[in-house]
Design a protein around this ligand. Structure first.
Ligand code: ADP
Ligand code: ZN
Length: 746
């Protein structure tokens, strides 16, 4: 018996191993094993094939152990992983490593359960009103020679009344030590057994059951089309375009109900930062224990157990973030990708650099499943697919209960002197007076993102990243936002020793401070990466808003998504320009969608909402379209620009990133690769742009260059890149990363 095994390494190669007799009936395709690797190492690998014969005549090694009792990668997932590896140019081992997000040493947690050997009746003797424990007789026990101590009697009494219970709970309820319990076990009166306990993310939380509201006409129309597709068990993609607060989630819930009714499972993807308790509760309150939740904030044990519940078919609905697209659901009938335009669905920092939305579409196709892509601001790609008829278009054009869309007002900051325009100040003051809440949004954290010596003009930058350092007020340090470099704020310039140092630009900390100054009586909190690093802090802040304990919440993207706060009636955007000037072909799309999302936080309750956007480019089309809630207007303008410049959705892009600690090397190698690409592309079938220094020219000590490929011929483009890089024998000291459909190219 020979095993084909892949490892989580960047080399795309299958290794063959033999199996010792003792493990023959344990191994199966889709399980993990430990195997010797190289001279001394031992590694975990994935069995991807089993065969009876082997061609090579070299000596093979035995695997050491089989890690999994059960298959963790089903056949369906194996095929999906293969597709991902090919499309995103990663090794199969890397993809499988990403698909099974728990360590091989994870185990189930077992608890000791104490039970009575026989079920006796506890009879209270009728002496007095309140019998002491010693007065209680326990029927049905072996009486001869048995005298129960006070503690033992208490244990028996509790068990007889409550039935089997975990040992720890029994000790807690009776207040006895473990010794009387042990004695009873030894006397064969009590029994002890083991039961698997799931580490549930919701243990301390009982979520009450909700029933569906009466759907609106638009919801009904969408639901019935989706439901027909689910029942037909045919592949179909629906773009559900619904403004914020239009009730998209209710459409999702109906679709899941439909899938369950024909015994099919459902997968719901939600961007990590929107995957809050409140979001999850909407699914759990409808479907209870049938829901499993998978995201990166779970503990290892919780993630493992949720995964196990899915594998064992105890959970038929998975609600999760990006990598949950690989959840081992069987009989998949429905996939939902909420906020499908979100760039966080793209894994950008390690292989496979996959886009979970696109993988989800492929997975739906493999399974003849229905997939719903939901958004208030669909990605240009998805909307284009809906326009060309590749996707079915469904729309929820109005908010629930005919709540009006918030009124959006633009303040031209070229006319204003202060951080907060007088209009925005007035509006905030009015909210505080009326006991309503305000959200203040700024897309940049820290205090001042730009520190410069006024004497010599030196700008403080991270020594490892060439990125300007941001001043953080709370610990009076300068921090790099791309690596963990930080240093105390300098008293004087490191170059000229001048003491006139200017802190300019604004971040969320400075905004918060300014609000404190303007509104000393207001209750203010800030939510960004810096204030939410502790587990649960994110939820804690959101709960305070919901409970009305805060007047003003200041924050970054984190506050823009998915939250439903009925008492928030004002949203202020301090500066909407930061994103627009990014060197990224999607910068306008990102700005439009972010402004629309942030604006969508206002007026979700009974009271009308208002949005004030401060900007230096009031005429910009992405800002103008956001004022009018005019998606189509934005789309028409943007799609024209994409077509002219041959950007997606008209082409596919591949970003080839070259990283090295040596500046010259990064530059030389990118030229070498470009030349090779050009040579292999004589008819210029593929557009090759570059090489160029990346906008982020150095991150964590690595100098960065990139080459951009553009083409509608996906296969040919991929082949060109792989072949060209393969032909050059490049040194190990340089990293070459091929990023297919990149989400950003900074
Ligand atoms: P979206 O996801 O489109 O932003 P939600 O699904 O969050 O919108 O819906 C907004 C609010 O309206 C939620 O509080 C939801 O419970 C409520 N809602 C949704 N559908 C209905 C309905 N048919 N009748 C009454 N309330 C509804
Ligand atoms: Zn840095």
């Amino acid at each position: 018996m020979f095993l084909d095994i892949v490892f989580n390494l960047s080399i795309d190669k299958t290794f063959t191993y033999t199996v010792p007799d003792s493990l023959r009936d344990k191994v199966a395709v889709g399980k993990r094993v430990t195997a010797p690797f190289g001279k001394k190492r031992q590694m975990v690998g994935y069995i991807v094939g089993i065969s009876g014969q082997h061609k090579g005549n070299y000596r093979l090694k035995d695997i050491i152990a089989c890690v999994d009792e059960q298959v963790v990668i089903t056949l369906e997932l194996m095929q999906l992983a293969q597709w991902v590896s090919t499309y995103y140019i990663s090794s199969l081992g890397e993809t499988l490593g990403c698909a099974v997000p728990y360590k091989p040493q994870m185990q189930t947690k077992n608890v000791k359960i104490v039970s009575l050997k026989e079920q006796p009746k506890v009879v209270q003797s009728a002496i007095g009103e309140q019998p002491s424990i010693n007065d209680q007789l326990i029927e049905g026990l072996p009486r001869e020679g048995l005298k129960l101590s006070k503690a033992q009697a208490k244990v028996m009494q509790v068990l007889a009344a409550a039935g089997d219970m975990p040992l720890s709970e029994l000790i807690a309820q009776t207040g006895v030590s473990q010794s009387p319990i042990n004695t009873l076990i030894n006397k064969d009166i009590l029994n002890i057994s083991f039961k698997q306990e799931y580490r549930s993310p919701y243990k301390h939380h009982t979520i009450s059951k909700s029933s569906p509201p009466i759907p609106t006409l638009h919801q009904t129309k969408s639901s019935s089309e989706i439901s027909a597709s689910i029942k037909a068990e045919e592949f179909g993609v629906f773009l559900l375009h619904g403004v914020t607060g239009s009730g998209k989630t209710e459409v999702y819930l109906q679709a899941i109900e439909q899938a369950l009714s024909i015994d099919k499972t459902s997968l719901v993807l939600i961007p990590e930062i929107s995957l809050t308790q409140q979001t999850v509760e909407r699914f759990v309150s409808r479907f209870g224990q049938r829901v499993a939740v998978l995201h990166s904030r779970l503990s290892d044990g919780e993630r493992y157990d949720e995964w196990q519940r899915v594998l064992k078919k105890e959970a038929e609905i998975v609600v999760g973030a990006r990598s949950a697209v690989f959840a081992p659901l069987d009989r998949l009938g429905l996939i939902i990708v909420d906020e499908e335009h979100e760039s966080s669905y793209k894994q950008f920092d390690s292989n496979p650099r996959y886009h979970a939305r696109d993988v989800a579409v492929m997975r739906a196709k493999h399974n003849n499943a229905t997939i719903i892509l939901g958004s208030a601001t669909p990605s240009l790609e998805s909307f284009y697919n809906a326009q060309t008829g590749k996707y079915h278009y469904l729309s929820l054009p109005a908010r629930i209960d005919e709540r009006p869309m918030p009124q959006v007002e633009i303040i031209d900051m070229k006319e204003e002197k202060e951080m907060f325009s007088s209009r925005l100040q007035q509006a905030i003051a009015q909210r505080i007076e009326n006991n309503q809440q305000t959200i203040i949004f700024l897309n940049r954290r820290g205090f001042a993102p730009f520190i410069q010596c006024r004497g010599c003009g030196l700008i403080m930058k991270c020594p490892d990243c060439e990125i300007t350092l941001t001043y953080h007020l709370t610990d009076k340090r300068l921090k790099c936002h791309y690596c963990d470099y930080h240093q105390p704020a300098p008293q004087s310039c490191p170059d000229c020793h001048g003491e006139d140092i200017r802190y300019s630009g604004i971040g969320t900390q400075k905004v918060t401070e300014e609000i404190h100054r303007l509104f000393p009586e207001a209750r203010i909190a800030r939510m960004d990466v810096d204030t939410t690093s502790a587990k649960g802090s994110h939820e804690h802040i959101l709960n305070r808003v919901r409970a009305g304990e805060l007047d003003i919440l200041v924050g970054t993207q984190m506050i823009a998504k998915g939250h439903d706060f009925p008492n928030v009636t004002l949203v202020g955007v301090v500066s909407s320009d930061i994103g627009l000037n990014m060197p990224d072909f999607r910068s306008c799309e990102k700005t439009f969608s972010l402004l629309t999302q942030v604006a969508g936080r206002a007026g979700r309750g009974q009271i009308h909402g208002e949005v004030i956007i401060q900007t230096n480019s009031p005429q910009h089309y992405s800002i103008q379209a956001a004022i009018d809630h005019n998606y189509l207007g934005f789309y028409n303008q943007e799609i024209e620009f994409r077509q002219q410049l041959q950007y997606p959705p008209f082409t596919h892009l591949m970003n080839i990133l070259i990283r090295s600690k040596n500046q010259d090397q990064s530059c030389q190698i990118s030229s070498m690769i470009t030349n090779q690409l050009r040579m292999n592309n004589p008819n210029s079938a593929i557009i090759i742009l570059g090489p160029a220094v990346c906008s982020l020219s150095k991150i964590k000590e690595y100098y960065r260059w990139h080459i951009l490929l553009k083409s509608s011929k996906l296969h040919q483009m991929r082949k060109l890149a792989i072949k060209s890089i393969h032909e050059l024998s490049l040194p190990n000291s340089v990293d070459i990363i091929m990023d297919m459909d990149p989400a950003d190219m900074l």
